[in-house]
Design a protein around this ligand. Structure first.
Ligand SMILES: Nc1ncnc2c1ncn2[C@@H]1O[C@H](COP(=O)(O)OP(=O)(O)OP(=O)(O)O)[C@@H](O)[C@H]1O
Ligand SMILES: [Mg+2]
Length: 502
């Protein structure tokens, strides 16, 4: 007679192997599902999936189901201890239906959590014949005994679980590799061209040159869109660490629950049973610089750990006792008023003082008008590459307007505005109307935020003279004629307005 195939069990197996093969990314959920199915089909009251730890001498509970599941997870089991310890040591399956009589049974855990166990089924999970963990079912329902048939089914489920773990490990390995490569690519090519003309920015860069050699933390402050990230790049590139990694972390973009592992790494992931652990950003930045962007958004809980890294340059990965030492320079940035966060108790005062050893305030664009023409030209070239349009530059009207506008969104707004104008523009030059800035914040009131008329006119004069000089290939006599001014006056203006590169 042919053996009767249990359709329910068979269908569950198919469902699980489909999940395993579909690159189901949440490994812990997948293991939980496998254990749940095995428990239901073999009619256990409770169950666990234990994995061998990194040191290879203990089992920890990766999944624990049943009335006391959450409590049991606090414990670990040594090799050779209890039924699971016996299974891992002998790499063999076992049925015990008179547990109270069995000397191998480790009654201490079941006593502590108050869960008496009478019958038990435990099988090894194997990868290439080596036991990497154990699945056990406890107390067959209705006081019955576990059978040889149950054991064989559980072995099949254990194979599936081992396969899922193996997949997840390869996936994690590949993922680590990809991240490393991505970081390397970023470090080769990720730096932005840094455009400036204003004395205000030149002063900041001179300051950066002075502080670049130290390892002190720098807190970069300034309105949104002023280029804080680019200044952070400059600090790194002008420092002796320039050949080493520059690792960026946007603290606001990473979900709170993941930030700690992102920064410090973790070992015991869902099933990092032995070898796989993940490096955090601090480890990746070893020897180089870490840039903690939007530091104002870092949860209080993590601030203490961060403080220690700044003070001692040491930390532990999640789930590990091993202390890691790194040599990292820390840069941080925020557009929030961090002092008021400290007052409100949302940001630790001690961390703020530690980060703020060297504060670097980046002035808004309206206070460095000389940068506007240079940045505008740069962004125009960039936009033209994308749009493949044939635009020569800006009309005088458009440039004058850009110099008088207050740019509340700073350089980011300027970049967006030019990209938009490039798409809309139909003339050889970008016109004022293409900028679509009318009705927004004008900067005509003198003095307010440094947006005074004199500064705007000076910046425009410099821009205009440079343009005409370029058109005349640097010939000052021709340029003076075109501008209808004396040649001597022109050279004085060139000197006074610091016009260069013609
Ligand atoms: N000096 C510069 N030269 C060229 N591009 C710049 C410069 N400064 C800023 N940018 C560009 O402006 C945009 C905004 O810069 P960045 O992201 O560094 O601003 P931010 O100060 O960090 O703003 P937020 O506080 O909103 O994060 C980016 O696209 C950046 O490439
Ligand atoms: Mg930023």
């Amino acid at each position: 007679m042919l053996p009767v195939i249990d359709v329910k069990k068979f269908n569950t197996l198919i469902e699980i192997s489909t999940l395993i093969n579909s690159n189901y990314s949440d490994g812990h959920a997948l293991l939980t599902k496998i254990v749940e199915s095995a428990t239901r089909l073999c009619e256990g009251e409770a169950s666990s999936l234990l994995l061998v730890n990194q040191e290879g001498n203990e089992l920890y509970f990766e999944v624990a189901l049943g009335a006391k599941g959450a409590e049991v997870k606090k414990y670990t089991v040594k090799f050779g201890e209890g039924i699971a310890g016996w299974v891992v040591q002998h790499n063999k399956s076992i049925i015990v239906n008179d547990l109270e009589q069995d000397k191998r049974h480790l009654s201490s855990i079941s006593k502590k959590i108050g869960y008496p166990v009478k019958t038990m089924l435990a099988v090894p999970m194997r990868v290439k014949d080596a036991c990497i963990g154990v699945i056990e079912l406890l107390n067959k329902k209705n006081g019955r005994d576990f059978t040889q048939d149950d054991l064989e089914w559980l072995e099949i489920f254990a194979n599936q679980a081992a396969l899922a773990i193996q997949n997840a490990q390869s996936f994690e390995k590949a993922q680590n590799k990809i991240e490393l490569l991505q970081d390397q690519i970023k470090n080769d090519q990720g730096y932005h061209p840094f455009i400036y003309k204003s004395p205000a920015v030149a002063e900041k860069l001179a300051l950066i040159d002075r502080i670049a050699n130290t390892d002190s933390s720098v807190l970069i402050l300034g309105e949104s869109g002023v280029g804080k990230e680019l200044f952070a790049e400059q600090i790194h590139l002008r420092s002796p660490r320039r050949q080493q990694p520059f690792i960026r972390v946007n603290c606001a973009a990473i979900p709170e629950g993941l930030l700690e592992s992102e920064l410090f790494g973790h070992i015991k992931g869902a099933f990092t049973s032995a070898h796989q652990s993940r490096r955090g950003r601090f480890e990746m930045a070893d020897g180089g610089t870490i840039f903690l962007d939007e530091i104002g958004d870092i949860p209080l809980m993590l601030q203490a750990k961060l403080l220690r890294v700044i003070q001692q340059k040491t930390f532990e990965k999640l789930g590990s006792d091993e202390t890691i030492q790194v040599d990292v320079r820390i840069l941080a940035a925020t557009n929030k008023d961090i002092e008021s966060l400290v007052e409100k108790g949302e940001f630790r005062g001690d961390l703020y003082y530690r980060l703020n050893v060297l504060p670097l305030y980046i002035p808004p664009l309206r206070q460095r008008l000389e940068d506007i023409p240079a940045l505008a030209e740069f962004f125009l070239k960039k936009a033209l590459k994308k749009t493949k349009k044939d635009i020569e530059g800006f009309s005088h009207d458009a440039m004058e307007f850009m110099l008088s506008y207050s740019w509340p969104g700073n350089i980011r707004e300027l970049e967006n505005c030019i990209e938009r104008a490039c798409v809309i523009g139909q003339d050889r030059r970008i016109q004022r109307r293409d900028l679509f800035l009318d009705g927004h914040a004008y900067a005509s009131e003198s003095g307010a935020g440094g947006r005074d008329l004199k500064a705007a006119l000076t910046a425009f004069k410099a821009y205009y003279i440079k343009k005409v000089l370029e058109e005349n290939k640097g010939n000052q006599t021709e340029t003076a004629r075109a501008l209808a001014i004396q040649r001597t006056y022109l050279s004085r203006l060139i000197r006074e307005l610091r016009i260069t590169n013609v």
